[in-house]
Each structure stands twice: as C-alpha cells, then as structure tokens.
Design a protein around this ligand. Structure first.
Ligand SMILES: NC(=O)c1ccc[n+]([C@@H]2O[C@H](COP(=O)([O-])OP(=O)(O)OC[C@H]3O[C@@H](n4cnc5c(N)ncnc54)[C@H](OP(=O)(O)O)[C@@H]3O)[C@@H](O)[C@H]2O)c1
Length: 233
C-alpha cells in the first residue's frame, strides 16, 4: 500500500495537534498536509518539521485558492472557536460553519473519499442554544454533500493540556468528573473526554473506513480507540 494522503485543518488546536502527532507517527500515512493561519511549533517551541509533513500557511478566507491541497484520501477538520474568542456570533459562525462546510465542499470536489469533522455532543440544527444550532447546521450541510464516508465526532467537554485558560470548560470538567459515578446509570455521552482520545478515534476511523455517515460519541470514540469498528448509523 502506498499510504494515505491527508489534509488536516485546525492542526494548531488541542485535538488537531494530537491528531497531527498521531498521523505523523503512523506509517499508514505517506503524507500529511496542514493548512493553518500560523506556523506549527513542536513541544520544544521550535518550528515543527517532519519528512512526511507539508505545511501551507494562509487565511482560511482564501481556502479555495488552496483547492489542490484537498486532493487527498481524507480531510480531517478540527476547526473551531468560541464566542468569546471570535467576538461575535457572525465571527463564530464563520469558523464553525462556513470554514468547515467550505472545506467539505472543496474536499468533495477534489475527490476526497472520507471527511472527518469534530462537532459536539449537543449539535442540533433546531437547538435554541446558538452554539449547538451552528454545530447541527454544519453537520447537516456536510451530510448533504454525500461523501462516500463521513465521520462526525461528537465529544462533550474536551480535556487536555490547553495553553489558554477557559473558565467554563474548567468548571464543566470538574463538575462532570464529580458526577462521573452516575454515568453507570445513563449514557456516557456527556462525560468529558481527552482530546487525544478524540484524535485517536479519528485516526482509527480513517483506518477502518465504513461507507456512509457515522456519528461518534463518547463510547464509540473509546471503542474505536481500542480497535473496534463502528458501523455507519
Ligand atoms: N472545547 C471543548 O470542550 C469542546 C467540546 C465539544 C466540541 N468541541 C469542538 O471541538 C473542535 C476542536 O476543539 P479544540 O478545543 O481542539 O479547538 P482549539 O484548540 O480552539 O483549536 C481550534 C483550531 O481552529 C483554528 N481556528 C480558529 N479560528 C480560526 C480562524 N479564524 N482562522 C483559521 N483557523 C482558525 C485554530 O487556529 P489558531 O491556532 O491559529 O487559532 C485551531 O487550529 C471545535 O470545533 C470545538 O467546537 C470543543
């Protein structure tokens, strides 16, 4: 096998960095391309280099100018922002809907077989909560593109070593940990999950391709990480 070619969007983020490390350490990937607005740095703060890594810097507003980069086997989309960082609902939607859907359109047009995107457990196009509604609308718009394979990761709170402090996420993670014993009596979808587990599930999903659309929540991501195949929904 010649090896997969992949494009990663959001490679500087919490999940994106974990995913990138995993793909570069896995010989199944012959080339990993990353499109970012800033240079990638390694754990030592030095520019990240790797013989199978190709980096392209640019604004995602000009994504179509980089259409060639989307001629890959898989497009991994780990993009996202927060309302606080974005500064307005429009700016949030630009990242969490427009960029993600544009990436999917380009991937589909350029023949990518598998699109893997990070959404959220509460994604729902009819939700009253803006964040959940945007995520749900993003999922629906990408699903309508009819990829041969589509994997939608739906984590709850992400755990990991984030440089920036996010109060809401920190409080949410503490309370969810305290409530963890109750998980035995309900579905575990709402439990916080390590960003690296999401990344591992994306890597595993790419290597165990299943036709159609899969939505992967807590249990499914852990199961995929352990080597099980999760069928299409
Ligand atoms: N945080 C949580 O608890 C949580 C829970 C459920 C779902 N999610 C979802 O999971 C996904 C990944 O989360 P994460 O915590 O790994 O994200 P993150 O650490 O905030 O990283 C987001 C990525 O998106 C990029 N990005 C954001 N705005 C951009 C812009 N305007 N132009 C270009 N790139 C931009 C960032 O690039 P820069 O590094 O250049 O900013 C970064 O690579 C998101 O969609 C998020 O909504 C998160």
């Amino acid at each position: 096998m010649a090896g997969y070619h992949a494009l990663v969007l959001g490679g500087t983020g919490l999940i994106g960095q974990a995913l990138l490390q995993r793909l570069l350490a896995d010989p199944a990937w012959a080339q990993v391309t990353v499109l970012t607005r800033r240079a990638l740095v390694g754990a030592d703060g030095a520019p990240l280099t790797h013989p199978r890594l190709h980096q392209q810097q640019g604004s995602l507003d000009d994504m179509a100018e980089h259409a060639d980069l989307f001629s890959v086997d898989q497009v991994f989309c780990c993009l996202g922002t927060t309302l606080r960082k974005a500064g307005s609902r429009d700016a949030f939607r630009r990242v969490d809907f427009d960029y993600c859907v544009e990436a999917a359109r380009l991937g589909r047009r350029q023949g990518a077989e598998h699109f893997l995107v990070v959404s959220a457990v509460n994604a729902n196009p009819r939700a009253r909560v803006f964040y959940s509604r945007v995520k749900g609308e993003m999922e629906a718009a990408i699903q309508a593109l009819d990829f041969p394979m589509l994997s939608i990761m739906q984590p709850s709170l992400l755990l990991g070593d984030r440089q920036e402090f996010r109060l809401g996420e920190t409080l949410g993670a503490w309370s969810a940990r305290a409530l963890r014993p109750l998980a035995a009596f309900s579905r575990a979808d709402w439990l916080p999950i390590e960003a690296d587990t999401v990344a591992a599930a994306m890597q595993a999903a790419a290597k165990s391709p299943v036709p159609g659309c899969r939505r992967l929540r807590y249990d499914a991501m852990l199961s995929l990480q352990s080597g099980n195949v999760i069928p299409a929904a």
